[in-house]
Design a protein around this ligand. Sequence first.
Ligand SMILES: [Ca+2]
Length: 195
Amino acid sequence: MRTSVRVVVLLTMVVGTGEAGGQATSPAGTQPVASQPAGLGSGQALLRQDFEAEKGNWSGRIVTDNVPPGSERALAAVANETHWARRATVTQRMQAADKTVLRLRYFISKDIPLTIYIFDRTQKDNLRYDVKEPVVGKWTEVRVNINVEFRRNDGSAGRLAAGDQLSGISFLAGKTGVDEFELVVEDVEVVGGGR
Ligand SMILES: [Ca+2]
């Protein structure tokens, strides 16, 4: 896979030299959406997962009954650990750009925060972002600039830096044994550079 990694690096560098002062990304997605997702501009896709394939680099449970229009499959978070009530993960090696944007759609059936972890292999810690007041019961889009909005999970001041190696994204919510709910994610995308 070394060749494909190098290609991504080169493309990231190319798009990274373009527009410097892009428009700020809205910090939290709170807009219910029902249509197909719009593109993310001129950036380079580092990850794009719609869960339509039979197999992929994810953990969780594929669902077909609660999906947005135009989709047949999405990824439900499952109860498989002692701390978080629900977790789903998409595994993908990526190299961060100056501006690295995460976009996804989620459905959550209970009013509890949705936490997103992105593991930064370079910094050896999870980067964390919380959707503190998720929209309940409607497919909703989140679009966030990881470099700006995510924080290290250990509470230190570090943020995502261009060139950092990332290994995957986890979606977590609730406390084991306390919260029973449904959490489903769909159309997870990470784009480096661009607008
Ligand atoms: Ca899908």
